[in-house]
Design a protein around this ligand. Structure first.
Ligand code: FES
Length: 151
């Protein structure tokens, strides 16, 4: 077995900045795969580092483990994913990420003004949401949700 296919769980955990228990969890979830050496110890191919890094980055962007797993299902488990494999995965998340970026931009730009949440606590609330009339349009921050959906 090549050295690159011989990473211990501790070495992978240290290099990726995750706990060993997290790697075991990812493996139970089918997100990563190991093989067993003669001593029945887990060993990993080096490409697991990229998989784990993508999992961490995707989670940081708010993508659920279920969605990550679904996207990974399109990647090969037994061979090192190619550039095309990773492109395919990135494309599957593009719309979701764009929507999330748009929502966060809207939140950033709207947070100092009335968002239509019903609190009527800002000077601008009587103008944008007099007596909480927006409650009739839905629950939550009506203006924020509307702006996030429209742009
Ligand atoms: S910010 Fe809550 S209703 Fe205006």
């Amino acid at each position: 077995m090549l050295e690159e296919a011989n990473w211990t769980v501790g070495r992978v955990a240290k290099r990726c900045g995750v706990k060993v228990s997290t790697l075991h969890y990812y493996e139970r979830q089918g997100l990563i795969r190991s093989w067993r050496n003669d001593g029945n110890q887990r060993r990993y191919k080096a490409d697991v580092l990229r998989r784990i890094s993508v999992i961490k980055a995707a989670q940081r962007m708010g993508i659920s483990l279920a969605d990550i797993k679904a996207a990974f299902a399109s990647l090969p488990n037994n061979r090192t994913p190619t550039k095309e494999d990773w492109n395919k995965l990135a494309a599957s998340w593009q719309a979701q990420l764009n929507a999330r970026i748009h929502y966060l931009e809207t939140l950033r730009d709207s947070l100092s003004g009335c968002i239509g949440c019903g609190c009527l606590s800002l000077n601008s609330c009587p103008i944008y949401n007099p007596e909480d009339t927006l409650a009739s349009e839905g629950e939550g921050a009506v203006i924020l949700e509307r702006d996030a959906a429209l742009k």
